[in-house]
Design a binder for this molecule. Sequence first.
Ligand SMILES: [Zn+2]
Length: 522
Amino acid sequence: MKFLLCLLTACAVAQAANYDLLIRNARVLDGAGNPWFHADIGVRGGKIAAIGGLGTGATAERVIDAAGRTASPGFIDVHTHIEGVVEKIPRGDNYLLDGVTTVITGNCGGSKVKLSEWFAGLEKLGLGLNIGTLIGHNSVRREVMGTANRKATPEEILKMQEMVEQAMREGAVGFSTGLIYIPGTYSETSEVVALAKAAAKYGGTYASHMRDEGENIVAAINEAVLAGKEAGMPVQISHFKIDNRRLWGGSIKSLALVEKFRAEGVDVVIDQYPYDHSSTTLGITLPSWALADGEAAIKERLSSPVTRARIKREMLRMLVQKGQLNYAYAIVASYSPERQLEGKTISQINRLRKRLPTPANEAETILEIMRKGDAQMVYHSMSMLDVDRIMKYPHTAIASDGGVREFGLGMPHPRSYGTNARVHAEFVRKRKLVPLEEAIRRMTSLPARTFHLRDRGLLHEGMAADILLFDPAKVQDKATYQAPHAFTEGFDFVLVNGVTMVEDGKLTGGRGGRILRHDSSN
Ligand SMILES: [Zn+2]
């Protein structure tokens, strides 16, 4: 009898021992936060067919000896802004080389609205990354109300809810807000909750760029978790930080508040990019009322001396509130009307325009720039003490808040290129703030769980074959503020849905990515 069983077992192994790809002898970090273990990984049909000691009988079209290298799930970046560029670079090179195999986009309230159309276009191009999207509050509000500076009527809320529901049916993974931006900043909390609830009906997650990341952060966190409380949906607080110089150190309090809500049973998690510079528009240095009602209205305000003076007064008050003496902390990242400004601070541009270096003159310089359109900026606004503390918090996912980049264009924040490698090199390896297996968990299973990506984020049988191979000692981000266009080195093998995307650290040209449509039954 014993003999027969053995025979049957051998027979079963022999039958299963046929894979598209077999990774031998890897040190597996499974994404759940477990310590590494040695295993072989068999990939078949784009999925992980087997993981463990697969024996010498296992065969495959291709065998990779991963001895000495670590295997982990591909990273899931839950906070990106890829719209507009992914159409030009559908492979998403900067992300693949940083170990990212899945991105969630449509964050901070800005997304595509007609998702089916957008998805179909992207699928036709052939993708490098798996892409899921949120439906953005600002985009929906703009469709219904333009940039009107007022609260929505009940009819307008209904219309916006319908749009959110439609997007959810088309596969959005949830709802996002950007409550510092036009026009979402004109909304009341009840509007945000009503729209989040529309997404919750379909099992969506709420991702919030909060109304404030400084002085009023407590109220902002309370507002963000309200949707979680009222609709029972997961809440992801985006790019968690203290971006006010006067309040540096405040992450002790803000993290304690998140923890308090978790203890009460609210499913709230946060994400972070591992840098002390932020990146957003130049427009956020202006009072929000100045940017309402479209181009013509903005121009009219700026050409009225009285209104212009009032805008400047408020800008200077906002500057003082932020604990800044001048606008030297604000660096132009991307500004297509005048590319020569890219890489320069507002203070430098002000001097180039032969003005005395006063904050009032610098505010004038900002208004001049804004006349030709908003600029993308990098702001030195955080303290590394807060960055470190947030990094150590176990419910912090790693996310870039970046986008697909056209190599060499502009002076963008380096986070689009180097977020994950920087966590590996700086926070895990050099400063030992986070153990490797924990960092991997925050890049994989934690974000997968929050966004209901049930077949990703873990190296387990049956999961999608999004797999990285790397030597943890060699992973290194190369992008800096001064020279941001530099690909990460070290994630030398990247598999997306079983397709080899990176081999020996080089892009293969493969297209393994796909659109991840949220399944409402999840
Ligand atoms: Zn944001």
